[in-house]
Design a protein around this ligand. Structure first.
Ligand SMILES: [Zn+2]
Length: 306
């Protein structure tokens, strides 16, 4: 993708654990080390190579740069975290846990857990979409026919064995996407009302479930007559996002369980939303997106099926 930060640059700049630690600390503590427990700034550095190199003189707790981030409690070297963030956000279609494990020299289980924690840094963007917004839904998982066939049949049969995913895209290029239980009027219009500001121009296709969006300037793209692009009324933007998602699914991952589907969708939306950023900034955003987040292995495997 971007060449400002090649894998060679990466290893030149972050050749070891110490360099990776400094990288994370410089981003986390721009104005000096701060205790993640009490916010105190009276911090002592501990001697030696403790996994908790800092001690707060206010609350007396020991901590490292991992505490209070998605890396909390992980024993995996920081250099591997950094490399995994680099790989996941600079590979257009993502990376399988099998391949990530080979690249990092970990077990597949470790790589799988690591990648899910990095995905967790995405998908929490808040705020309503305004202006002109495209909305569409697609189906992921199970046996897939062609996209157009599934669209024709999506009133029911096309969705068999697959999970609907709703996508919202602004014309300035931001995407939010998430699975829903059923692509019916309640979930689709509900998704729009929860994420799009009233008065915005909302473009969808002719799916009946998109009826009744009276508080929006709602226009439909009539696919059936070949009218894919009617002046400005089109949904090609969100459809191009679906194309990337599906290339990743078929080309890289091959299977997403319903239970973790939202994480993979977050990964693709998150990567799509930083596509204009430099490779370096994508890594930084992955780390910053994990501040205040936590995903334990137990939580990951026991999470109720959506
Ligand atoms: Zn403290």
């Amino acid at each position: 993708m971007a060449s400002d930060f090649s894998i060679l640059d990466f290893f030149k700049e972050y050749p070891d654990e110490e360099a990776a630690r400094k990288y994370f600390e410089d981003i986390r503590w721009k104005d000096g080390v701060r205790c993640p427990y009490c916010g105190g700034v009276h911090v002592s550095k501990c001697a030696g190579k403790s996994p908790m190199p800092y001690r707060c003189r206010d609350c007396r707790k020991h901590f490292s740069v991992r505490v209070g981030t998605i890396m909390e409690s992980s024993k995996l070297p920081l250099q591997k975290w950094l490399l995994a963030m680099y790989i996941l956000f600079n590979s257009k279609k993502g990376i399988s846990s099998v391949q990530l494990a080979e690249m990092l020299g970990t077990t597949q289980k470790t790589a799988w857990f690591l990648a899910h924690r990095i995905r967790e840094t995405r998908g929490s963007e808040k705020g309503f979409f305004t202006g002109t917004v495209e909305v569409d839904e697609t189906y992921v998982g199970g046996k897939e026919k062609s996209k157009h066939a599934s669209k024709k049949l999506r009133a029911g049969r096309g969705a068999v064995g697959k999970t609907p995913v709703v996508g919202i895209k602004s014309r300035d290029g931001k995407v939010k996407a998430f699975p829903v239980k059923e692509a019916n009027s309640k979930t689709l219009t509900g998704a729009i009302r929860a994420n799009v500001a009233a008065g915005a121009a909302v473009y969808t296709d002719q799916h009946r479930a998109y009826r009744g969006l009276k508080e929006f300037d709602h226009k439909r793209v009539i696919h059936s007559v070949g009218e894919y692009v009617r002046k400005q009324v089109y949904t090609n933007g969100i459809e191009s996002f679906w194309a990337i998602l599906k290339r990743g699914y078929y080309g890289i991952y091959h299977f997403w369980s319903v239970k973790h589907l939202h994480r993979y969708v977050n990964e693709f939306a998150g990567r799509f939303n930083v596509r204009e950023f430099s490779a370096r900034d994508r890594v930084r955003l992955a780390f910053e997106g994990g501040f205040g987040k936590r995903l334990t292995y137990k939580g990951l495997i026991s999470h109720a099926t959506a």
